[in-house]
Write a protein of this length. Structure first.
Length: 260
């Protein structure tokens, strides 16, 4: 299954890169005026689903654009065919394809492909995390003041859900730096590879983070919600992923704003 996930992610990623600047129709999802979807998102997802169905027709699929497709198997593919659509529509080269495979509620395979850097991040449960075939691990940063952390904002950020703005403000003076790239999958892949030390975000969807969660865990990191609970983390909207060492330090900052 990992090989098919890798092939699908790379194929879709190359399709995305080849079509930068060719978007003809940008739509806004109902009730979310900044949440964009294009025909490129849908075509990328169709490519991925086609490959999955060729090899595993009995598997279920949960896609960002097409929704749930029930199968007869306990395996479910959770896919985002274009994570970073807003970046993509502006030709900003920070976007990715992300594919996770869930088995009875647990992610067992993950693949994230960044076509601009030609970087393929992969993981299998119990077998480690890899970047282009080379094993990776989380950073060893011990203190938040020496940490480079990253976040993302929900599409309804103007409503300040979960006090997302206050969280951002509170991290600015206590971390070495705070970044916002616009692709949750890349953020998580960078935690796994040690480029970032910590990441937090509210209201993530399963397809945003399924593969990334496994990558971080297999690279030696930690992933929980804002209550420091890792049960059902795929479907809990609030996500904190770190190298494990600064996890409690980041939780303390988050919980200053919203008591869990």
């Amino acid at each position: 299954m990992l090989n098919i996930a890798k092939e699908a992610a790379v194929e879709a990623g190359k399709f995305l890169k080849a079509n930068v600047g060719k978007v003809k129709n940008i739509e806004r999802k109902i009730g979310q005026e900044t949440n964009l979807v294009t025909e490129i998102d849908r075509q990328s997802e169709a490519l991925i689903i086609k490959k999955i169905k060729e090899h595993f027709p009995e598997h279920s699929i949960l896609g960002e654009e097409s929704g749930a497709n029930a199968g007869t198997s306990d395996y479910r593919w959770i896919i985002d065919p274009l994570d970073g659509t807003t970046n993509y529509t502006h030709a900003l080269p920070i976007y990715s394809v992300t594919i996770g495979i869930e088995f009875k509620g647990e992610i067992i395979v993950g693949a994230i492909y960044d076509p601009n850097a030609d970087e393929l991040f992969t993981a299998e449960k119990g077998k480690g995390a890899f970047l282009n075939g080379r094993k990776i691990s989380v950073s060893t940063t011990e203190t938040l003041i020496n940490a480079l952390v990253v976040t993302g904002f929900p599409y309804n950020v103007k409503d300040n859900p979960e006090n997302v703005i206050e969280h951002f403000i509170n991290f600015l003076p206590v971390a070495q730096g705070v970044r916002r790239l616009g692709s949750a999958a890349i953020d998580l892949a960078y935690i796994a590879s040690g480029r970032f030390d910590g990441y937090w975000e509210v209201t993530l969807q399963p397809w945003d983070k399924a593969a990334g969660i496994l990558l971080v865990k297999e690279a030696g990191g930690k992933v929980t919600n804002f209550s420091n609970d890792n049960s059902d983390i795929i479907y809990n909207p609030n996500t904190l992923a770190t190298n494990g060492i600064i996890h409690d330090q980041m939780l303390k900052i988050i919980q200053q704003v919203k008591k869990i």
